[in-house]
Design a protein around this ligand. Structure first.
Ligand SMILES: [Fe+2]
Length: 277
């Protein structure tokens, strides 16, 4: 009798593990969710929206179809500003035969934002042979690549800066964001940016993939170097600053996601403190 129950239990566990693995490989990775965040910042002069996406990791496990879905989801939101936080490719040299750069540039170009589209370098754009094509591709897609540069967007009352990648590039953490109003910084890796750029009111990052396998208790162990103590979501940095980390769209290394669906983040920036809920 005991042996019978033991067998049933083992079969049940095997089915659970197999089903979870199957979902992580094929189910979760094929989702795309819109995560909305309201971010109240005293330095904001007016309300506006930012569509933040990151870590598409196109190549072996992500193709033009997944980028097209992202572009369509962003288009539905009609954001004021679009920001891409890096890691467009996964391993470009390895996967270049699978990628049609003309097609990808055309999809990027379809994304519309009245106040502009901006991008930064990720470590997978700096490494793996992607540095030869990434900058030109983003510019063909209508994105301004911010490599230790800042631009003023007076109509939104902000200065927007972007850092080079912290792991494989040469980030200038002393980048000046001086100007009237809100100071926004885009940096692929959240850890160094949050620690080393205290002047930014709002930092937008990716890189972490939310651990990719967002298993309770072990997720933080799966975060890549450069993540700091940030996995995914909204992190207040004192009373007047905020860090927003997206877990991104694609996968790397392990072609699976769990408790961590691919996402686009729609940030609703509002002036002042967030009212208690
Ligand atoms: Fe990434």
């Amino acid at each position: 009798m005991f042996r019978h129950w033991k067998g049933l239990l083992a079969a049940g566990l095997a089915a659970l593990v197999g089903g979870t693995a199957c979902w992580a490989r094929f189910g979760e990775t094929s989702r795309l969710v819109l995560r909305r965040e309201e971010v109240a910042l005293p330095a904001a002069a007016r309300p506006f929206t930012i569509a933040l996406f990151s870590d598409t990791h196109l190549g072996r496990y992500g193709d033009a179809r997944s980028l097209r879905r992202v572009a369509a989801l962003i288009g539905d939101q009609q954001p004021d500003l679009v920001v891409f936080a890096g890691d467009f490719f996964d391993a470009y040299r390895r996967d270049q035969e699978l990628l049609d750069l003309d097609e990808l540039a055309a999809i990027l170009a379809e994304i519309e934002a009245p106040f502009g589209k901006y991008a930064v370098w990720g470590n997978h754009d700096r490494g793996g042979g992607a540095h030869r094509v990434y900058g030109e591709l983003m510019e063909r897609g209508g994105f301004t690549l911010l490599q230790n540069q800042a631009v003023a967007l007076p109509d939104l009352g902000l200065v927007l800066g972007g850092l080079d990648d912290a792991l494989l590039g040469r980030p200038d953490f002393s980048l000046s964001l001086e100007g009237e109003g809100l100071r926004v910084l885009v940096a692929h890796e959240p850890g160094p940016a949050a620690e080393q750029v205290p002047g930014a009111h709002l930092i937008l990052s990716g890189h972490t993939h939310g651990g990719q396998l967002g298993l309770p208790l072990v997720r933080d162990l799966l975060l890549p170097p450069g993540s700091g103590s940030y996995a995914k979501g909204s992190y207040p940095l004192g009373e007047e600053r905020s860090l927003q980390v997206t877990s991104g769209v694609g996968v790397t290394k392990v072609p699976a996601r769990l408790f961590d669906p691919p996402e686009v983040v729609l940030l609703q920036i509002v002036p002042g403190q967030k009212s208690p809920s």
